[in-house]
Design a protein around this ligand. Structure first.
Ligand code: 3PG
Length: 400
């Protein structure tokens, strides 16, 4: 983007593909981190006199307009953060978008409606995606990719559009890739990776890769119970992915063979049922040994001994990557494990990266100062796929 700015962008229409996929409660944004993350790029372009068209997906609508997934709240918030009037187009490439872009003054920023209201955005059919990319291309002279959270998606606005316009990477993508390179190219050891989240199937590829890369692999969240069951333990009514047991057993063996320390909880916080996250009614928690969860009890967080254990593995590491909460952090009775991991990252002298999505939101929702962490990635799936060593369509398209 610096080269683009040096060439001069005044009067040019610049399409910024951002990731404004923020968590919403109705129309209230509960965490605006992703909007703030794209501000440096948007501001730099606007300050240089560009006419900036910001586009993003939000949620997973089904290729047609759906008011529940409107980008309007994100556009309003972007306007507040910029301290400027940000016009909002009520469609993505239709009459409203064309008129909004045509009406932009130099240095002004507009937002168009959710890209995924158009079936072409996410289509698996190259021609259909290409046709939508053509419509997007008609809105702008130059493309700036800065939606790091979506670079792993082969979508029209991420992959096909940059091929149709002069293109550059924005500041957010440049920062994110710079940080993640430090975890893949010459990582400082000991390298500890903390992985949480509900489903082990989402993390298989990254675990596979890390078994040859990390020194310590700490497992938390719902996927813990598939690991515990694979080791032959009783897990009560906890979440389990039976079909993943063979692969998890293989990982446990491979960790041992490769000298990777695979850390599992020694105790867990359980309850008779999943807590009510809306009312936050008392969750009736109790702590039990991780190798003997009673029948009728469901594991919902790592226990106090595990918190100490995990913290000890984090604080003296030289590099830490964390993705995924340790428990049901949205409920106060099951938030302590996630809090303890966040605190350990802060207490550690390590280079720390919090990998996107739920863990980034958890850090902010639990009241931690996000600036105290080394780097909080805006990409959950994107940062994991980067660590898996995959070619990310949105990065490949910009490297061209
Ligand atoms: C994310 O939230 O990880 C990104 O915005 C990508 O969203 P998606 O998983 O719906 O493609």
């Amino acid at each position: 983007i610096d080269e683009l700015l040096a060439e001069g962008v005044a009067g040019k229409r610049i399409f910024v593909r951002a990731d404004l996929n923020v968590p919403l409660d109705g129309t209230t944004i509960t965490d605006d981190g992703r909007i703030r993350a794209v501000l440096p790029t948007v501001k730099a372009l606007a300050d240089a006199g560009a006419r900036v068209v910001v586009a993003s997906h939000l949620g997973r609508p089904k290729g047609a307009p759906d008011p529940a997934f409107s980008l309007a709240p994100a556009a309003t918030r972007l306007g507040e953060l910029l301290g400027a009037d940000v016009p909002f187009a009520t469609d993505t490439v239709g009459e409203s978008a064309r008129a909004t872009v045509a009406g932009l003054a130099d240095g002004q920023v507009a937002v168009v409606e959710n890209l995924r209201f158009n079936a072409g955005e996410t289509s698996k059919d190259d021609a259909e995606r290409g046709a939508f990319a053509d419509q997007l291309a008609a809105l702008a002279d130059v493309y700036v990719g800065d939606g790091f959270g979506a670079v792993h998606r082969k979508h029209a606005s991420v992959y096909d559009l940059p091929a149709r316009l002069p293109h550059a990477a924005g500041y957010l993508i440049a920062t994110e890739v710079g940080v993640l390179r430090k975890l893949t190219d010459d990582v400082k050891r000991p390298y500890a990776v903390v992985l949480g989240g509900a489903k082990v199937s989402d993390k298989l590829a990254v675990i596979d890769r890390l078994l040859g890369k990390a020194d310590r692999l700490l497992i938390g969240g719902g996927m813990v119970f598939t690991f515990l069951k694979a080791k032959g333990h009783e897990i009560g009514s906890s979440l389990v992915q039976e079909d993943q047991l063979p692969v998890v057993r293989e990982y446990i063996e491979r960790a041992e063979k490769n000298g990777v320390e695979l850390v599992l909880p020694v105790d867990v916080v359980v309850a008779p049922e999943f807590p009510d996250l809306k009312t936050k009614a008392p969750g009736r928690p109790s702590t039990v040994a991780a190798d003997a969860i009673p029948a009728g009890q469901m594991g919902l967080d790592i226990g106090p001994e595990s918190r100490k254990l995990y913290a000890s593995k984090i604080v003296d590491a030289a590099t830490v990557f964390w993705n995924g909460p340790m428990g049901v952090f949205e409920h106060p009775d099951f938030a302590e494990g996630t809090k303890a991991v966040a605190q350990a990252l802060l207490d550690s002298q390590a280079f720390t990266v919090v990998g996107g999505g739920d863990s980034a939101a958890a850090v902010r929702i639990l009241g931690f100062d996000e600036n105290a962490f080394g780097h909080i990635s805006t990409g959950g799936g994107a940062s994991l796929e980067y660590l898996e060593g995959k070619t990310l369509p949105g990065l490949a398209a910009l490297e061209d």
